[in-house]
Design a protein around this ligand. Structure first.
Ligand SMILES: *[C@@H]1O[C@H](CO)[C@@H](O)[C@H](O)[C@H]1NC(C)=O
Ligand SMILES: *[C@@H]1O[C@H](CO)[C@@H](O)[C@H](O)[C@H]1NC(C)=O
Ligand SMILES: *[C@@H]1O[C@H](CO)[C@@H](O)[C@H](O)[C@H]1NC(C)=O
Ligand SMILES: *[C@@H]1O[C@H](CO)[C@@H](O)[C@H](O)[C@H]1NC(C)=O
Ligand SMILES: *[C@@H]1O[C@H](CO)[C@@H](O)[C@H](O)[C@H]1NC(C)=O
Ligand SMILES: *[C@@H]1O[C@H](CO)[C@@H](O)[C@H](O)[C@H]1NC(C)=O
Ligand SMILES: *[C@@H]1O[C@H](CO)[C@@H](O)[C@H](O)[C@H]1NC(C)=O
Length: 382
């Protein structure tokens, strides 16, 4: 996929920097990639009125062009700042800054250099190549390329398990299979140098959304906290949505018990419920989606939906659940004790009855005795 990100190359020639007008940057040639931002500062005398001209056109703020200070009176730092965002190739040419009071002027020459950039899509264990290519015919000189990611030279990015990047002279950055991971996806800046001027453009290694697998299920006890974190990878950074049993969770709703928080720099990556109840049991799904990008593969002509998800089954147990076995044992002990107690009591009662029988109603024995006594002539009661 060749994206014609062109490149605006501006050469500043301080042709007429007599008087007190100066334009910075003040190097002979300044290069800015098309689509990037051009900034020129013109410093003049205090309270002089500075006018910018592009060819014969007097420039003023409008569209992507902004001129700050200097038009009426450059009494803020004596400077007029011209900023042109998203510069097109038609903006190449001569820029002049004129001091109306002294007629002093400084001149800038703009040249256009086309740059093509190639983006790529990360595929697991496959290599990828992104590229920048400035048109050498327009540059006049040989262009040299170096690549940066987030301000770091790629040759300084550590790769623990072997070489990851190969920077080719023609402006391609090759990602080696195996050592390249989804985390390497992102925007890469290619810095180009031609002659004395440096300019830059960007190429992107895209990666489809991916959710790092998490536990398939989780058991919670009533009133415990639910805390699930969804770690997502991909570029552009996927947005995260949560579903409970396929119904989207709206944490912002009034009275919602769900709390969504940022985790690891990803908004909504953390789902919390402070105190779960039986109703909270269910399937929780984290969906990572790259909403605004269609990933086309294999030849970038067929749009492919780009969502990834992980689901966790949450079970909620009765908070007394853990107590039941204990209560069971207690109940058993109580019943056992009661039985023993009743039994013992009954036994004691029987024994007592027997004693009582032996004492007051001891007729049988007494009668026996009596009989015996009666049979005994010596019995005084007889
Ligand atoms: C122009 O001035 C602004 C504000 O002082 C400064 O941030 C910027 O670096 C200057 N740019 C150049 C090219 O000198
Ligand atoms: C503006 O120019 C005057 C005169 O050259 C100088 O004294 C003053 O410091 C300048 N102001 C700034 C902010 O550079
Ligand atoms: C400054 O000079 C330019 C070009 O000659 C002119 O168009 C502009 O009106 C002048 N501005 C002031 C404030 O004199
Ligand atoms: C980019 O670099 C800045 C400053 O060095 C750092 O704070 C930030 O975390 C980096 N971002 C990424 C995505 O690595
Ligand atoms: C990046 O590193 C390479 C190799 O060390 C070096 O040649 C190049 O100048 C560096 N580029 C930048 C922009 O620092
Ligand atoms: C750039 O150079 C590399 C290595 O020599 C080569 O494999 C690749 O095809 C080249 N790319 C272009 C766009 O010329
Ligand atoms: C991807 O997720 C978005 C947002 O949740 C949804 O609108 C879209 O239908 C999903 N696409 C697919 C293919 O699942």
């Amino acid at each position: 996929m060749w994206q014609t990100g062109c490149l605006l190359l501006i050469s500043l020639c301080i042709a007429g920097s007599f008087g007190a007008v100066r334009i910075s940057p003040s190097m002979g040639t300044v290069t800015v990639a098309e689509g990037k931002s051009l900034q020129l500062n013109c410093t003049g005398e205090p309270n002089s009125v500075l006018t910018w001209k592009f060819g014969n056109t007097v420039l003023g703020t409008g569209g992507d062009l902004e001129i700050r200070g200097g038009v009426v009176a450059p009494n803020v730092d004596n400077v007029s700042i011209l900023t042109h965002n998203n510069v097109g190739t038609d903006r190449s040419g001569e820029y002049r800054c004129i001091d109306n009071k002294t007629a002093a002027e400084a001149t800038v020459i703009v040249r256009i250099l086309k740059v093509a950039t190639t983006d790529a899509l990360f595929k697991y264990q496959e290599g990828a190549t992104i590229a920048c290519s400035a048109d050498p015919d327009d540059a006049g000189d040989k262009v040299t390329y170096t690549w940066m990611k987030n301000g770091t030279n790629v040759s300084d990015i550590p790769t623990p398990s072997g070489q990851k990047f190969v920077e080719h002279e023609n402006g391609t950055l090759e990602f080696k299979p195996v050592t390249t991971t989804r985390e390497d996806a992102g925007v890469y800046e290619c810095k180009m140098t031609v002659g004395t001027s440096e300019f830059s453009s960007t190429a992107t290694l895209y990666a489809k959304p991916f959710v790092i697998p998490f536990d398939k299920s989780k058991n919670l006890v009533q009133e415990e906290r639910l805390d699930v974190r969804c770690k997502v990878l991909g570029y552009p950074t996927p947005t995260i949505t949560w579903f409970k049993d396929d119904v989207e969770i709206q944490a912002d709703d009034e009275g919602s018990r769900y709390k969504l928080a940022e985790d690891n720099g990803h908004p909504n990556a953390q789902l919390k419920i402070d105190s779960v109840d039986f109703d909270d049991a269910g399937n929780y799904k984290c969906v990572a989606s790259a909403e605004h990008i269609m990933f086309d593969e294999p030849d970038m002509s067929m749009p492919v939906p780009a969502n990834a998800s992980e689901t966790i089954l949450v079970r909620v147990k009765d908070k007394l659940a853990a107590l039941w076995p204990f209560l069971g044992i207690v109940a058993e002990v109580v019943i056992l004790c009661t039985i023993i107690f009743i039994y013992e009591k009954k036994r004691n009662k029987d024994a007592a009855n027997e004693d009582a029988v032996n004492q007051d109603g001891a007729t049988p024995e007494k009668s026996k005795e009596g009989v015996r006594h009666r049979g005994n002539t010596n019995n005084p009661r007889a």
